[in-house]
Design a protein around this ligand. Structure first.
Ligand code: HCA
Ligand code: CU
Length: 491
């Protein structure tokens, strides 16, 4: 089901950042202004984005295993002390993730203490810890109070030869031993193969089938090196779905940019659980990002996503983690990137002002965010200027808006202008319509800029431009003749 982009957006802060990545209030965002849609824009209609609803698909009932506190700890910049881990775990719990995965308690003494402390928080999310497929690690893990263990061992020839050096028989026997042990302690257990996509298919299916038979809760597929394409994912998960009856967890690295698409395809093929991390942080360039997955899944099944996850918390969780790992939220981040809901081209702005769903598949209001229209560029159209003038409480005729827009464009050809500049031009233009004593459209231009502006203005006043303006102008609302021909002096 396609998310209807209906309702007017909340007029709150939306994670916009300036070029330095600092958070900026919307009002400080040069060239942009928050807009409210004028009416309920989106009648519910059948959508081309509807998921393929075959019997295998779990697109409408997936679960999230949130691994910021495990995979995320492998991010180059990450260092989480206990206080940070508690804050992040609580924020993820409020967001509504199903599981929180923690670094192995066998990794260090502090990791073990952190694991115990988080288990004692009494969160709604189940707590997992991620351990090597070793009995000794499993013994430490079951004593920490976790709900379950995610165990993993490398199965590709690369890892068998160059990492742990064990053969498939050893791997299978160890897996069975660890699983029996963890089950005997009443804990949930998942068995996963590292580097699944470069492992031998027969090896994989045979070990998954063996662990399924002894009652493992989930098997895991991991694209450890980020090499898999969505089609390969679909094929492998679908094949596995035919071999095991337990749940299927999937873990996708993003080295080749497929982490979200792969997660989605895995669900279509019958996977049940997706590993994520906040902002995608993890080893190298990370894994499926929580926010990006939410964007994808909201479009696929809005009702399910809204019923389970507190999307309005996304920005807060991301900012928390971004602060701890000392990075900026990327400008083009899913949902929370500063331009994720900003519309610029005149044609887009016009349509968005009429009905946001023309150029938006996601309603920012679902995330407590606001859409923006860029009012200050050579691409700005007269509908945007009309809307901005409206916001400023200034009324003009359509012909006057068009003329004023031409002046904004001319100034934007001279230099980069901001929203404040646009506002100043609109105000001055409006003032000049009603007062004999004209004010300059824009203060503070350099001599060079003034020269360029006058030239641009003259070009605009050329016959061709005039004709275009007049053709589109509202005949009943002519720009006063004395105003049309005037070249406005700029101070
Ligand atoms: C790694 C391990 C892992 C494990 C994934 C899983 C991977 O850091 O190499 O447990 O399913 O990517 O293979 O994160
Ligand atoms: Cu990983």
């Amino acid at each position: 089901m396609c998310p209807p982009v209906d309702g007017t957006p909340a007029n709150g802060s939306n994670g916009h950042a300036n070029a330095n990545g600092e958070n900026g209030a919307p009002g400080n965002h040069p060239g942009y202004s928050a807009i409210q849609s004028s009416h309920n824009p989106h009648p519910h209609h059948k959508s081309p984005y509807q998921p393929v609803g075959d019997f295998l698909s779990n697109v409408s009932r997936f679960k999230i295993i949130e691994s910021t506190l495990r995979e995320g700890e492998q991010f180059a910049n990450a260092y989480f002390d206990l206080d940070a881990k508690i804050k992040i775990a609580k924020a993820l719990d409020e967001f509504g993730v199903d599981y929180i995965e923690l670094t192995s308690p066998a990794a260090s003494e502090q990791s073990r203490r952190d694991c115990e402390a988080i288990c004692k928080l009494g969160l709604k999310a189940k707590i997992l810890t991620h351990v090597r497929c070793h009995l000794e690690d499993a013994k430490i893990a079951v004593e920490t109070g976790v709900d379950g263990l995610d165990v993993v061992i490398g199965t590709s020839s690369y890892l068998r030869e160059h990492s742990h050096g064990k053969d498939m028989t050893y791997i299978k026997n160890t897996a069975l031993e660890v699983i029996e042990f963890v089950k005997s302690k009443g804990k949930e257990i998942r068995f996963s193969s590292e580097d699944s996509f470069r492992s031998d298919l027969v090896d994989l299916l045979s070990i998954y089938s063996a662990v399924d038979k002894i009652g493992v809760n989930r098997v895991g597929i991991a694209d450890t090196v980020g090499c898999a394409s969505p089609r390969q994912v679909y094929d492998l998960v679908r094949t596995l779905r035919g071999v095991v009856s337990c749940d299927i967890e999937t873990h996708f690295h993003n080295d080749t940019g497929c982490a979200i698409a792969n997660a989605y395809c895995a669900l279509e093929a019958g996977a049940t659980h997706i590993d994520t991390s906040v902002l995608g942080i993890g080893e190298r360039n990370g894994i499926t990002p929580l926010g990006g997955l939410m964007a994808r899944m909201l479009v696929a099944d809005r009702d399910y996503v809204l019923s389970k996850y507190n999307l309005k918390k996304l920005k807060e969780v991301e900012e928390l983690v971004a602060d701890y790992v000392e990075v900026n939220v990327p400008f083009n981040n899913y949902i929370t990137g500063f331009c994720a809901f900003t519309h610029k081209a005149g044609i887009h702005a016009k349509a968005i002002l009429n009905n946001p769903s023309t150029y938006e598949i996601i309603n920012p209001a679902d995330f407590g965010l606001t859409r923006y229209v860029h009012f200050a560029s050579r691409l700005t159209g007269w509908n945007a200027i009309k809307s901005r003038a409206d916001q400023l409480g200034l009324n003009m005729t359509d012909a006057q808006y068009k003329d004023c827009t031409a002046k904004v464009k001319a100034l934007a050809d001279v230099r980069k202008i901001t929203l404040d500049d646009t506002d100043a031009i609109i105000r001055a233009y409006h003032h000049n319509l009603h007062n004999e004593k004209e004010v300059p459209l824009l203060e503070g231009l350099t001599a060079e800029e003034k020269k360029k502006y006058i030239a641009a203005e003259q070009e605009l006043s050329s016959e061709k431009e005039k004709r275009q303006l007049e053709e589109t102008a509202d005949v009943q609302a002519e720009v006063p003749a004395n105003k049309k021909t005037k070249t406005v002096t700029v101070s």
